[in-house]
Design a protein around this ligand. Sequence first.
Ligand SMILES: *Cc1c(COP(=O)(O)O)cnc(C)c1O
Length: 456
Amino acid sequence: MKQKKFILPEREIPTQWYNIQADMPTKPMPILDPKTHKVLKPEDLYPIFAEECSKQELDQTRAWIDIPDEVLEKYLVYRCTPLVRAYGLEKALDTPAHIYFKNESVSPLGSHKLNTALAQAYYCKKQGITNITTETGAGQWGCALAYSANVFGLESAVYMVKISFEQKPYRRSIMNVYGATVTASPSMSTRAGKDIITKDPTYQGSLGAAISEAIELALTTPNCKYTLGSVLNHVCLHQTIIGLEAEKQMEMAGEYPDIVIGCFGGGSNFSGITFPFMRHNLLDGKKTRFIAAEPSACPKLTRGKFEYDFADEAGYTPLLPMYTLGHTFKPANIHAGGLRYHGAGVVISQLMKDGLVEAQSFGQLDTFDAGVLFARSEGIIPAPESCHAIASAVKEALRCKEEGTRKTILFNLSGHGLVDMVAYDQYFAGDLTNYAVSDVEIQKYIGSADALNVNL
Ligand SMILES: *Cc1c(COP(=O)(O)O)cnc(C)c1O
């Protein structure tokens, strides 16, 4: 008898990702070699990334890309994720709006990050790679990568931002369970780390610095590739499974969203929930609004500048055309670690420039107000990052109430906050404020790539 492939009943999930680059009226500007300013081709990325990911990164022609069977099989462990009508939150806000959320917190690691971690680990494995490395901020990405490396039989090494390494020891423990080697960043194990520590021995780390360390390891270790949990186009591509599922689920609910919201770090979960709906704005004349919710402590979309910049602090990556606060920008130590990143993905930056994306920023205290309201009305404790999307959904729902309009709002619950309870403790102790970065601070780092600051 033929062995059954899955213990779970087979469920219907999308079998292709959506590549919005193919449908964009203005294509993203090229990514450039930092030294020669030459336009990069996929082959130029092979030393760092899996070849398939490098091709996907620069693919502006294929709108639909097949999800490999091996990845689909792993997706079925937790997909499709629920789409939930937030009746409790609607009632608490007394709003005429219909609020829906897509619950990515049900993945084994509690966030959306597994959607791309599995794909990237698989492509590395398929290519004969044995080791993968990466950085992690709050730890969600490192956990997802460690899990995926384990699933596909790869070794993984994770550089974890020092402040999170200390504040979130349980994420480190989770990575250890899956067999990952975890190092606090900046570390003395790389040149990039040493340089940073020499300049500032008390530096608490940043995603940009950890990326520099991981890339250096990948470039200096045989058979090792780097993986990234956000920002890049192929990462955003893999996340579109979120929105593709949501599109079908909304259809089953007999609704179509007027507003789609995602919190914004580098843009992967935002892209994931919005791009499939945005294609109907681009192709079918829909007028859905797309709101990126970012922290006022790291406001690249609302207050950053569109320019060529590095994706990492030390300047190892290619130059990307993006909204940025400058790659040496040092965000305050807010709890939403996943949102403490200086730049926005290339595709989203172009879409933002073209007026297809709106951005809102929120103070930390306001996001926890929204998160606690959500926990008490819907039962799920949201990740500090996701609290930003909730704050935006609340804001829009209250606007509906004021205006007496009945909009349909969809937001992505990118993850749960069960490993972030220290943050909630501080919230209840009254230790959180609505910190916003000053104009002087913002002006300090913009243009720090000093690259091609021509009129973009
Ligand atoms: C990493 C993370 C984010 C931010 O990253 P994006 O790439 O902008 O999605 C948001 N929410 C959660 C739960 C995360 O783990």
